[in-house]
Ligand binder design. Structure first.
Ligand code: SF4
Length: 477
């Protein structure tokens, strides 16, 4: 097993598949702007990074394994000339892990049509994609669902002469989750699956031009003003003539991934008009109402548990404290073969502050529990540091089902809550109490309802979000 594949298997949070970025920059510095955009989106994937640039006559690409700053240098960025560019950083859930062949963007050619594509999400009908390509006599070696999508778009564009029509035709074939960016024929295209599962947003550059990104933090870094989210099933074309929006395929029941708000997205991002940071604070507020605790301090597990802890503190009146310090230079939690090494693994990442914790009854707020190994070690570490009690509060419901839409949540047999009820999980984790936010509480928090909302008249429905990893109700087959 390679180092990369072992990392993939042992991560204890759901892992985001990747981020996409695109730009049409009339100043002609598209590659450098894409480099900045990818740096802002690096949290969504650290396995590989890539940029493709279209100068109107040809498309060049540079991609490799590693972080954005490891793959790109002043020298190779200078060589990527053009006004339209797309970029990608990847954490794999399909294709070969740790392989540069699976790195995006994919640049493909069918006849005279050349297309570069980057994808966030997972296509769930690979058999149909392969059938299509065989029938279309595209016999290239294809490594991932995303590469298949690039060939289908190129083939359909070659038939119709229009990239927008080619994308719309491909949308009739592709199933699953996709937020994609494409460059072809000197323009940038951005489009999103009919359920809008993965996020994608567009902005306007101050000096003229456009940018699109998985999250608004990618727009902020290049100075773009947020214009609009790419709607479910929409295709947006951006070039020197401006922005053209068409409905590539009919929108379906909206099912935006709610885990973006819980864990994946950066707190300073806004997704579909909702602030991620404020959503997390509201989750903590809801949790304090649903599952109060008698304690002296509220701590958040950095980073995504901290806003939830602030919200819990606001409603409960229990003081918030900074009691767990995070090492910012590690990415993953490793399941090691022995208890001592497991403890070492988590200590590399998180370190409790004895001066804050010793003798205190703690509410500890975290974003989610997947396998539970990190939470178990954290509880023990807090006890070893002198905590009198540890009450775990989780700002989302129990993760019981795997994700098939671009997130690596592990198999069902490895999910703690798929195999234990709350009391069994509490005992296994060694906590004094354990509680998860309800589905209704989570949705209310993301929608901006306060915890005082009248539950009988104004409780929101599940309309609008994917919650499949909590309830097994998958929006796409
Ligand atoms: S199953 Fe969970 S992680 Fe996957 S898209 Fe749905 S809400 Fe997001």
């Amino acid at each position: 097993m390679t180092a990369s594949s072992s990392q993939r298997i042992i991560a204890d949070h759901p892992e985001e598949e990747c981020a996409v970025f695109g730009i049409y920059d009339t100043a002609g510095d598209a590659a450098r702007m894409t480099y900045f955009g990818l740096q802002a989106l690096q949290h969504r994937g650290q396995e590989s990074a890539g940029i493709a640039v279209d100068d109107g006559a040809s498309i060049q690409v540079k991609k490799d394994l590693g972080l954005v700053t490891e793959v790109f240098s002043e020298q190779n960025l200078t060589r990527l000339e053009g006004v339209a560019a797309i970029g990608h950083c990847r954490y794999s859930t399909s294709g070969e892990v740790g392989s540069v062949q699976s790195a995006h963007p994919f640049v493909v050619q069918v006849g005279s049509t050349r297309v570069a594509l980057a994808h966030n999400g997972t296509l769930t009908n690979p058999g149909e994609l392969v059938d299509y390509l065989e029938n279309a006599h595209v016999h290239e070696e294809i490594h991932t669902d995303s590469e298949a999508a690039a060939y289908i778009i190129a083939h359909e564009t070659e038939k119709s002469g229009s990239v927008t029509a080619g994308i719309a035709a491909a949308m009739q074939i592709m199933r699953g989750a996709y937020a994609m960016v494409v460059i072809a024929q000197g323009a940038l295209y951005a489009f999103r699956d009919p359920h809008g599962i993965r996020p994608l947003t567009a902005g306007k550059l101050p000096g003229g031009g456009w940018a699109v990104a998985s999250e608004t933090c990618g727009l902020d870094i290049v100075g773009a003003d947020e214009l609009r989210d790419v709607g479910p099933g929409e295709v947006i074309r951006l070039n020197k003539e401006g922005m053209t929006v068409t409905q590539g395929t009919a929108p379906a029941h909206r099912s935006t991934c709610i885990f973006e708000y819980v864990y994946f997205a950066r707190p300073d991002s806004v997704i579909d008009g909702r602030t991620v940071y404020q959503s997390r604070v509201s989750m903590g507020r809801m949790l304090a109402h649903e599952a109060p605790a008698q304690a002296d301090l509220v701590l958040g597990v950095p980073d995504s548990g901290v806003p939830g802890a602030l919200g819990f503190s606001q409603v409960s009146g229990i003081p918030f404290a900074d009691g767990i310090v995070k090492n910012r230079y590690t990415h993953r939690t490793f399941i090691e073969p022995t208890q001592a090494l497991r403890r070492q693994g988590i200590r590399i990442k998180l370190n409790p502050l004895p001066s804050v914790i010793a003798g205190k009854r703690l509410v500890v707020v975290d974003d989610s529990i997947v396998r539970g190994n990190t939470a178990k070690e954290l509880v023990q570490m807090l006890r070893d540091t002198g905590a009198a009690e540890v009450h775990l509060r989780i700002i989302c419901p129990e993760v019981k089902w795997p994700c098939f839409y671009g997130i690596d949540t592990a198999a069902r047999g490895q999910l703690l809550s798929a195999n234990m009820d709350v009391e069994e999980a509490r005992a296994w984790l060694g906590a004094d109490s354990l509680a998860f936010l309800s589905e209704a509480g989570l949705i209310d928090a993301v929608r901006g309802y306060g915890p005082t909302v009248d539950a009988t008249t104004d409780r929101c429905t599940h309309d609008g979000f994917c919650l499949a990893c909590f309830n097994g109700e998958y929006p796409v087959r």
